[in-house]
Design a protein. Structure first.
Length: 409
């Protein structure tokens, strides 16, 4: 059994995916993986099938396996396969909430594309969509202009670019400005129901985020008029939110079982926008903060910027001097092994910010030593708790972040 047999079974799996039989697609593709060994295309489709099936455990497992296989086989792949795998990884990482990694994969793909290759449109529109979705508007101008020139001779590529342009226009110019493009997409002869459904729901999500009520109503009427159907779990939940249906704690718990991490966070944010009851709001906000804290510093900053208005609330840090711990909610960091860091944190938490007094209190010989300790401590704590800064060193006084309160026990 060789490459042809693997490709044949792989194709069967793809056909099952296209028909929406995701459970059988996973079974077929897993059988091919077992019989013929790993291949980036096969594992990519396995991850995609598991995601569409709503099996987030298997989705995460196959994404991890794709990463490992791609790392080991990259040199053996054609240039086109490497580019497409980078793009696939970017999409999966985005769904996993690994936004910094998604940007990295997109940039690696762009660096490989020969000048004038149509693949450039495919990758640029992905980057445009992600940039616009995470508030990096200043970086979108050149990409936006490039995607506007997509050829009419490649229908699927045109739809991809139109989708990216729709998202960018809604976020850059206002959700109402994107309506003409949605109309044009609806009239495209080559469009599939799934493409139109995706575009309409994504625009509805932005209308909910920006609290543009008239566009929300118009989009719901648009969806009903065209009788769009076969919504996936995320889309179905978003429609419930848009129609102001009451969500229970059981509904919110179910999101964590059947949706990818980024989808869960997006729903948390939308739920907060719609002002749920106080007990639900507090729990959802805590969940969102907790999930954001689980990522790397760059991703935490991107997510915190995206939802800054929802997360804008005074933070409470607790210093446990007995154990040498700093806590915020469920996140904690130990300073017990560094007596100097613990003493400095204790002094600052108690409100001692004069540099000369701090220097005397901590028995430091010069202010340069104090400056270095402040910088190191700020870096450790800000990275752990997902804030830009806690302390800023100045010659005569240490500035404390005004949005953070300290409790010393």
């Amino acid at each position: 059994m060789g490459a042809k047999e693997r490709e044949s079974q792989h194709q069967v799996g793809r056909e099952l995916m296209a028909r929406g039989d995701y459970a059988q697609a996973v079974t077929t593709l897993e059988s091919a993986l077992s019989a013929f060994g790993p291949h980036v295309g096969l594992i990519s489709d396995l991850a995609g099938s598991a995601y569409l099936q709503g099996d987030m455990g298997k989705f995460a497992q196959f994404v991890e396996r794709l990463e490992a296989e791609f790392t080991g086989s990259r040199a053996l792949l054609s240039e086109k396969s490497r580019i497409l795998t980078h793009v696939t990884c970017a999409k999966f990482f985005e769904e996993m909430g690994r936004i910094a990694d998604a940007f990295r994969e997109i940039d690696l793909a762009l660096a490989l594309i020969p000048e004038g290759d149509l693949l450039a449109f495919h990758v640029r529109c992905q980057k445009l969509r992600i940039l616009a979705s995470f508030g990096r508007e200043s970086e979108t101008a050149a990409l936006y202009q490039a995607c506007l020139t997509v050829t009419e001779g490649a229908p699927q590529l045109k739809i991809e670019c139109f989708h990216a342009l729709l998202i960018a226009e809604a976020r850059l110019f206002g959700v109402k400005q994107a309506w003409p493009r949605l109309d044009a997409i609806a009239k495209a002869a080559e469009l599939q129901n799934a493409d139109l459904r995706l575009c309409a729901v994504d625009l509805l999500e932005i209308a909910l985020e920006t609290e543009t009520i008239d566009v929300q109503i118009r989009l719901l009427e648009f969806i009903d008029h065209l009788r769009l159907s076969k919504f996936d779990r995320y889309e179905h939940t978003l429609l419930r939110l848009a129609r102001r249906e009451q969500l229970s704690l059981d509904d919110i718990f179910a999101w964590t079982r059947t949706l990818a991490p980024m989808g869960v966070m997006r729903l948390y944010a939308l739920c907060l926008k719609l002002n749920p009851p106080e007990d639900v709001r507090d729990g959802v906000r805590r969940r969102l903060l907790f999930q954001i804290q689980s990522y790397d510093q760059h991703t935490r900053k991107l997510l915190s910027t995206k939802w800054a208005a929802l997360l804008a609330e005074r933070r409470l840090l607790e210093l446990d001097t007995q154990r040498g711990l700093v806590r915020s909610g469920t996140a904690a960091i130990s300073l017990a092994t560094g007596r100097a860091s613990l003493a400095l944190t204790k002094a600052l938490a108690h409100g001692l910010t004069d540099t000369l007094e701090l220097q005397t209190c901590l028995e430091l010989h010069d202010q340069e030593n104090l400056r270095i300790q402040i910088l190191r401590l700020n870096k450790r704590l800000s990275e752990k708790f997902g804030v830009d800064w806690l302390f800023k060193y100045r010659k005569s006084v240490i500035a404390m972040n005004p949005d953070i309160d300290w409790i010393v026990r």
